[in-house]
Design a protein around this ligand. Structure first.
Ligand code: FES
Length: 108
């Protein structure tokens, strides 16, 4: 596992309890209170999705506006990594190309 890129905290600050999420089947340590985007970046994963043409995309605005950070969370596509809190056992996958929002409902 790569070294964490998290900032060193000042003594008065603490991170939330550690949780483990799955990134495409591989365990990834995160902390409650972090977004999926923060957890991925802290582990050195800058790419969250690929466009239809295969171009890599990642966190851009970090505040839910640009939709560049889309991932699949627990089978639900088009989830903004920067707006989604991590939780124990969450399954995250990078998103490839376009995904209909009804994919999670079995497609239509
Ligand atoms: S980085 Fe812009 S919506 Fe997530």
């Amino acid at each position: 596992m790569a070294a964490s890129r998290r900032l060193k905290l000042r003594p008065a600050l603490v991170r939330g309890p550690e949780v483990t999420i799955q990134l495409e089947g591989a365990p990834l340590r995160a902390h409650e209170g972090e977004t999926v985007a923060a957890a991925l970046m802290a582990a050195g994963h800058g790419v969250t999705r690929r466009t239809v043409g295969g171009a890599p995309r990642g966190v851009y605005c970090g505040m839910g506006v640009c939709f560049e950070c889309l991932v699949v969370v627990d089978g639900i596509p088009n989830t903004r990594a920067c707006m989604t809190w991590v939780r124990e056992g969450m399954e995250v996958a990078r998103q490839d190309g376009l995904r209909a929002t009804d994919d999670a409902l079995g497609g239509a």
